[in-house]
Design a protein around this ligand. Structure first.
Ligand SMILES: Nc1ncnc2c1ncn2[C@@H]1O[C@H](COP(=O)(O)OP(=O)(O)O)[C@@H](O)[C@H]1O
Ligand SMILES: O=C(O)C1=C[C@@H](OP(=O)(O)O)[C@@H](O)[C@H](O)C1
Ligand SMILES: [Mg+2]
Length: 203
């Protein structure tokens, strides 16, 4: 369904926000799924603060994600990622987009379950490949065969992502449309009526 919320400023979503309470809406999923881009849109629609864990990691370390991987290795990056996300989860309500590997950490998953509602943006391999090939800022994909890496990560991670509270399939459509589908899926999760463009309320 391609319903766009009636009011992009967040009014009309009062009930959804009430149900969310102090929790964070937490985006999980593979690199290129759109966690950062769609998370930002959903935050704007619901008039919530937006934070991206990779951006926060870069800000506290004053290094880029590729620099962190190169200088300290993935293990150190994961430790920092866990600390940052656990701290950020105290700041709800907000939209928190995580890096693709974050949800693989059991303690991070537990903290998200306690302080958030997890949304898996689920995408097909071709779409992910098309998106990630536009930027060279993902160290795990600095590999002669990034497609094979993504395929392996899909096999490893999709069963874990599938434990999220909500799964939203994504595709090659406008960001606003996908973001509206996420908002509608959140409405469904909380048993709140969806708001569609003509002002009609869908129970
Ligand atoms: N629905 C969409 N339509 C077009 N481009 C998108 C869409 N969702 C994401 N993108 C683009 O795909 C790239 C990867 O998205 P990003 O949000 O960084 O993914 P993630 O954070 O999950 O790795 C970005 O350039 C982003 O602007
Ligand atoms: O999947 C992963 O392990 C990673 C995903 C990246 O974030 P995005 O999923 O936002 O690209 C970033 O955290 C890092 O490169 C590692
Ligand atoms: Mg991202």
């Amino acid at each position: 369904m391609n319903a766009l919320p009636a009011n992009p400023q967040g009014e009309g979503h009062a009930e959804l926000l009430e149900r969310l309470g102090e929790r964070s809406i937490v985006f999980v999923g593979l690199m290129g799924a759109g966690k950062t881009a769609i998370g930002r849109k959903v935050a704007a629609m619901l008039a919530l603060p937006f934070i991206d864990s990779d951006q926060e990691i870069e800000s506290v370390s004053r290094m880029t994600v590729p620099e962190l991987f190169e200088r300290y290795g993935e293990t150190e990056f994961r430790a920092l990622e866990q600390r940052v996300i656990l701290r950020l989860l105290e700041n709800g309500p907000q939209v928190l987009s995580t890096g693709g590997g974050a949800f693989m950490n059991a303690q991070t998953r537990e903290a998200i379950a306690g302080h958030g509602v997890s949304v898996w943006l689920k995408a097909e391999l071709d779409l992910l490949m098309e998106r990630v090939s536009k930027k060279q800022n993902r160290p795990l994909l600095k590999n002669p065969d990034p497609r094979a890496v993504l395929e392996r990560l899909m096999a490893e991670r999709y069963p874990v992502y599938a434990t999220s509270n909500i799964t939203v399939p994504t595709r090659d459509d406008r960001k606003e449309v996908i973001a509206a589908e996420v908002v509608n899926a959140l409405c469904g999760h909380f048993g709140v009526a969806e708001i569609v463009p003509n002002g009609e309320v869908r129970p």
